[in-house]
Design a protein around this ligand. Sequence first.
Ligand code: FPP
Length: 256
Amino acid sequence: MRSNINLKELIDPAKLPQHVAIIMDGNGRWAKKQGLSRIYGHQKGADAVRNVTEACAELSIPYLTLYAFSTENWNRPKEEIDALMNLLVETINKELPTLQKNNIKLNAIGNLRQLPEHAYQKLLQTIESTQYNTHLTLTIALSYSSHWEITEMVRSIAHKIKFGEILPENIDQKLIEQNLNTYPIPFPDLLIRTSGEHRISNFLLYQLAYTELYFTETLWPDYSKDDFYKAIIDYQKRERRFGKISEQIQSNQNEK
Ligand code: FPP
């Protein structure tokens, strides 16, 4: 049953998360429930990508990061991988005018060189043609896993040491963060995972240290703008303490 409450109006524009990350899960189960192929589930999933991107742009949330394909997803049947890569290229082709019109910058993280050449080239072209857009940065994680990202970060710092650019004692949190694939995007304030699974699945493990987690039973292809607004409203009710005590947070707010 649909309620008549306008959820969007319940959102406090002064307390918006600056970065929302989403693990889009449940395409396969959604398709199975309808007696359709998994690939159809992914196609419907691409419509949900449009819903949340629009919702973020309308609310002026500056960063949205979507987990579209993990390092582990390469182990899926070849026809599903091919269909996902084709869907990526088709969606980018179809949505490019909308990205430009809405001032949205496309970005990607992950081991992109593993993508099929046509998908890699399309992605790069679109990233380049939207690079000066400023309203929303939409990051797609493709062939991404945190274990891969952290391994790359260690390798990159090791190279800098080998070539005398830094000393081991120069390694600090800032250097680590600068060598992550997500740099310079701020860490997510809110992580949403759909389909009732309560896992992080190798996604942004370093970056999620103080992120608020939100899980919903909704399968990704059914995910609507209202579902997204509900997650934001829930986030706005939480007190983020970052290791401090409640009274410290409240006195900081009173000082503002
Ligand atoms: C998880 O559902 C979803 C994926 C592995 C792919 C996500 C891809 C899209 C939403 C399509 C388009 C994306 C872009 C960025 C254009 P699952 O297949 O693991 O579902 P299951 O757990 O029910 O099997």
